[in-house]
Design a protein around this ligand. Structure first.
Ligand code: PLP
Length: 361
């Protein structure tokens, strides 16, 4: 069967050259006579993969010396607890912006460990935009300020970062990591699950400024302790070896095949523009996110008729465009068009949508 165009929000498509490389090395990694899946994480050969992956993360994302790159497990959702446990330790306060379901989950989890404040929310508008901020609401003594950069379910993104002064900015970048250049120095901590733009599920990336690696709360499980993980090169226990290796291949693809994150962004903007331009002229389909906050990774849209939405999802699936159904909490459709989705996949989807529109006037 030919490969489908997979618009899944995550786990999602991986670049074909990466899958081919992994397949070619599957049984015998570079003359070691073993698969990466079978290696001891302490072996010289795996340590080589780890070191290369670390160096590539730093190079491709431009991560400065005074930040640690941690390879953890438990998904972005574990960081909803690990962030407060490690960082909410001075005033015991943290500020949160609610821009969707994941930031709300992050806030609820953190509120179990300290004094969390919602400084803005767009819940009343069904999270169709990034909420407006009133800096008067920010607490200058907060231990950190949390945002979710790209709202996977609603298809919105922060284009302008909040100015939090000396309060460290913490961002969940699960669904936009590696999609464009990010100025890491603007953040105290960044975290992401790997399964959207980086690697198969199982790896969680945490990029944290070294001065924030203090003493976590007494209740913090050792596995959640950033300092312990940093001191042990993320190998306090067995790390997610295979996704670390796959992240290395994806970073090599971005660096060598694409030409870096600047080029990646150009490609992603072109892809998203194709789809948004179609939605903006369509008489059947409408985009859900407000224009100024539209995501280039997750594009949400509806026909305005639930039955027609269902018909579209069924027919598109049969035509080889899979996982276009919107998140169960919002309905409609969502095209997740991460780095690995080729431009041709979007063009073919747009052609299919135009045909569907003509047939369903
Ligand atoms: C997918 C996603 C999560 C959840 O990630 P897990 O790794 O499944 O815990 C959290 N935040 C955002 C923004 C996401 O897109």
């Amino acid at each position: 069967m030919p490969r489908v165009y997979n618009f899944s929000a995550g786990p999602s498509m991986l670049p074909e050259p990466v899958l081919n490389k992994a397949a070619a090395e599957l049984l015998d990694y570079q003359g070691s006579g073993q698969s990466v899946m079978e290696m001891s994480h302490r072996s010289k050969v795996f340590m080589g993969i780890y070191e290369e992956a670390q160096a590539l993360w730093r190079e491709v994302m431009g991560i400065p010396e005074n930040y640690k790159v941690l390879f953890l497990q438990g998904g972005a959702s574990s960081q909803f607890a690990a962030v407060p446990m490690n960082l909410m330790t001075k005033s015991g306060k943290a500020d949160y912006v609610l821009s969707g379901q994941f930031s709300t989950k992050a806030y609820k989890e953190a509120a179990r460990y300290g004094d969390c404040k919602v400084v803005a929310s767009s819940k009343d508008d069904n999270f169709s935009h990034i909420p407006a901020l009133d800096p008067q609401e920010f607490r200058p003594d907060a231990d950190y300020f949390h945002i979710c950069m790209n709202n996977t379910i609603y298809g919105t993104v922060w284009n302008t970062l909040p100015d939090t002064g000396s309060v460290p900015l913490v961002a969940d970048i699960s669904s936009c990591i590696l999609s464009k250049p990010i100025d890491v120095t603007k953040f105290g901590l960044l975290y992401a699950g790997a399964q959207k733009n980086v690697a198969p599920a199982g790896l969680t990336i945490v990029i944290v400024r070294e001065d924030l690696l203090g003493e976590p709360m007494e209740c913090t499980p050792t596995m959640f302790n950033y300092k312990v993980m940093a001191e042990n090169d993320s190998m306090y226990n067995t790390p997610p070896c295979w996704p670390i290796y796959m992240s290395k291949l994806v970073l090599e693809w971005i660096k060598n095949d694409i030409g870096g994150l600047g080029k990646m962004e150009e490609r992603n903007v072109r892809k998203a523009q194709l789809l948004y331009d179609f939605l903006d002229q369509s008489k059947l389909f409408q985009g859900c996110a407000e224009k100024q906050d539209r995501s280039i990774m997750n594009v949400t849209f509806v026909t305005g008729d639930k039955d027609l939405d269902a018909k579209f999802v069924a027919e598109s699936t049969a035509a080889g465009f899979v996982n276009l159904k919107g998140h169960r909490s919002v309905g409609g459709m969502r095209a997740s068009i991460y780095n690995a989705m080729p431009e041709e996949g979007i063009q073919k989807l747009v052609d299919f949508m135009a045909k569907f529109e003509a047939e369903n006037k």
